[in-house]
Each structure stands twice: as C-alpha cells, then as structure tokens.
Write a protein that binds this ligand. Structure first.
Ligand SMILES: [Mn+2]
Length: 406
C-alpha cells in the first residue's frame, strides 16, 4: 500500500491581509498531478485544512474540488481529520456526499467512520478512534485522533475512571488512548496512526498558533503508539521526523510558507510504502514554491527604492528592512509599493537604537500625545513628525467631541 501524507493546508489563510488562495490553487493542482503520477492508494490529510472555523466560501470550494479530484471518483481513498484551526463539525458536514467519492472525514476523537464499500476500497470495521480499510486486498488499521482539545479528550475517557484520569497529564491521557487503540493492530495488517497534536521536541514556526497557550497540551514522544509502522502528524509547519520517538512519526508541514520564519527550508509531503510486518519506506515529495517570501535588507531608502525598481517583475512576497536615520515618508512608501507589488511590511532599522518598550503600566498617567509618541516610536522606530502629531491630535479631539455628543 502506498500512502501520501500531507497536512496544514490552511486554505483561506492570508499573509497580513494578502490572499494566498492563488498559491493554494497551484499547490492543489500540483498535488493532484503527483498523486496520479505516484499511484497513491490512500491520501492522508492530517488536519488544519482551513485556517479558521469559518472559512471563506472560495476555500471550501477549493477543498471539495481537491477531494473530488484526488479521490478520482473513489479510485483511491482519502482520509481527513480536523486540526486545531478547523471547526470539526463544519469540516465534516459534507460527509454524506464525501463517502460517495471515497473520502472519509473525521472531526473529533469520538468520530466514527461508516463501514461499507466505497469506490475501489472497503471500510471493513470502524469505531471511535480507529478504522480498518481494505485496498487492493491489503488491509490497514488506522488509529485516528483528530485534534484532541482538553474537552474532547475527556469525552472519550471512561466515566468510572474519571477521577484518576483527571489527575493525569494531557500527555499521559493521550498515551493511554493510543495504547488502548493499538490493541486493534494485527500482524497481518498495515498499522498506521494519524493525529493533530504537538509532540514535545518538535521545531515550530510563527504561523502555527500554539495548540494552547503555555504549551500544556504537549504530548511526549514516548506516548505515541509504538507498534505503528508510520504516524502521520499535523500541526507543525516545518516537515520533520519527530525527534526522540522510537517509531516513524512525521510532520508533513504546511505546503506553503505561511510566515517569514519558514523561508529557509523546502515544503513537502511524504510518500510511504507499507507492507504488513515490514518497516515503512519513506520518501519526501517536494512541492514547488510558487511565490516565495523574501526579506530585503537595504542600506538606505534610496537603495530600497532601487531594489523595488529592479525587482518589480519578481513574483515574491517582500518584507523590507531599511537602514535609515529618518522617517520614511509616505511618498517613498507609496513609490516602493507602486514599483513592487506585494510588499508586506516596510520596517525602518535605526542604527544603534534598541527596541523601545511600550509601558502599559503607566498608561493612565500620560497625556494623549505622550502615549501616541511612545506608541509610534515603538511601531515605527522613529519619532512622529509634527504633521503626524497634529493630525493625530486633531482626530483624537474630533473623537472626543463625538463621544460627548452621543
Ligand atoms: Mn497548522
């Protein structure tokens, strides 16, 4: 059996308000081609299909289109689980239609797939947290743990044990579930697992949004199901093998660079060849970078303008860092953005100036203009000009006037 593991598509995600849908469409096209070329039997999408629980219609349309074409009318199986960014109920709402195309969608750890024949394969058995599937006379038992929030995790732990269970850490509870579900694994089956969790030791980037602040929802690598031949994970956006795990557990990562912290490595999925009782054969499947993110470090405003002029045709997202000792004027900002579209940010770097901290504690003691000056200095790294100050104070006064009238 040959599977393709991908995750964290984040359809509908923007970069500081700039749409990435065009690139996402290109990625889906490439994926469909590679799935066909490589004769994939089963495609696993390990969560974060969308960027948030209320995705734009165009993103949903793209997803359904992708599923239909990947499955090829039931020619191959597709398994999708929800990540922390997805609304689990909404993600799987189209399930009644999806099964017709050989697509299995699971929203929560409690979700249970339907059994029966779908296209070229059969779901032989299914229950809470697992599915057994037969493709071309080969059987695979897959442990399925869609993003287990604290609440959803407790829902699946037995009620009698509630008190003792509660005292255990998140990682121990996840480990227990994996352990219990591992009993489904057999010697004559291909044994897999899929989940959307944060395994301790993984390397993160700026676009994941922590599964929970403070990191308490971290799972120890040792809690992963030891008998699995391959564990397909979602959450981290850098593709990587889980450090410190005794099993082949991988994060496929996101197919696009979703933040500037992701520009120094390639994006990929994994093609995995599996046979019952044998070690998995794993290879990376690299994706094209249709529109890279670049950071342009410029020595002066003039050099920055020139760089924009020279690279006006280059199809990239740009973060500009410009060395300067003065305020970058609106005219220059406008000129740069006219010359080079898709400039995400223009950041002045003032020589020898340390990061200015904004002091919220003493906020109430300060005048409006002092607060604005501090805020401006922190955001723009330069003092506001007198025009900006006047403009701000005028608007602030107007606002005050409005408020007293209401
Ligand atoms: Mn994600």
């Amino acid at each position: 059996m040959r599977i393709l593991h991908t995750s964290d598509w984040h359809l509908g995600k923007t970069l500081e308000g700039f749409s990435r849908l065009e690139e996402q469409v290109l990625f889906i096209e490439e994926l469909i081609e590679k799935v066909e070329e490589n004769n994939i039997d089963l495609v696993i999408i390990a969560g974060d299909v969308y960027d948030n629980g209320n995705p734009p219609a165009r993103a949903e349309n793209l997803f359904y289109n992708a599923l239909k074409r990947i499955s090829g009318g039931g020619k191959r199986a597709v398994l999708v689980i929800a990540g922390n960014h997805d609304n689990p109920e909404r993600l799987v709402a189209a399930s009644p239609l999806a099964y017709e195309h050989g697509v299995i969608m699971l929203g929560t750890p409690k979700s249970c797939a339907l059994t029966g024949k779908f296209g070229n394969f059969e779901i032989v058995e299914a229950g809470e947290g697992f599915v057994e599937i037969e493709i071309n006379k080969e059987r695979a038992v897959i442990i399925t743990l869609p993003y287990p929030s604290e609440k959803r995790l407790n829902e699946i732990l037995s009620e009698e044990l509630e008190e003792t269970e509660r005292r255990k850490s998140y990682s121990e509870r996840v480990g227990e579930i994996f352990n219990r579900l591992s009993e489904r694994y057999r010697e004559d089956t291909i044994n897999l697992a899929v989940s959307h969790i944060f395994v301790a030791g993984g390397e993160s980037s700026d676009s994941e949004r922590p599964i929970q602040l403070g990191g308490s929802l971290t799972v120890d690598a040792q809690a992963l199901p030891k008998k699995a031949q391959y564990i397909a994970l979602g959450h981290l956006h850098r593709p990587q093998r889980v450090y410190g795990a005794d099993v082949d557990a991988y994060y496929a990562g996101s197919p696009l660079q979703y933040s500037k912290s992701e520009i120094n490595y390639s994006k990929c999925g994994y093609i995995v060849d599996l046979r019952a009782g044998e070690k998995a054969q794993i290879q990376q499947l690299f994706f094209k970078n249709h529109k890279p993110i670049e950071i342009w470090k410029c020595q002066s405003v003039e050099a920055a303008v020139e760089k924009c002029r020279e690279n006006s045709e280059k199809n990239v997202w740009v973060y500009m860092e410009i060395k300067t000792d003065k305020f970058i004027t609106q005219e220059n900002i406008k000129l740069m953005k006219e010359l080079k579209k898709d400039i995400i940010e223009i950041l002045p770097i003032i020589d020898g100036q340390d990061e200015v901290a904004f002091d919220y504690e003493t906020l109430s003691e300060k005048s409006m203009s002092d607060m604005f000056k501090e805020f401006y200095l922190k955001e723009r790294k330069v003092e506001p000009s007198s025009e900006i100050m006047d403009l701000f104070l005028r608007i602030a006064q107007e606002e005050e006037g409005d408020a007293s009238e209401a």
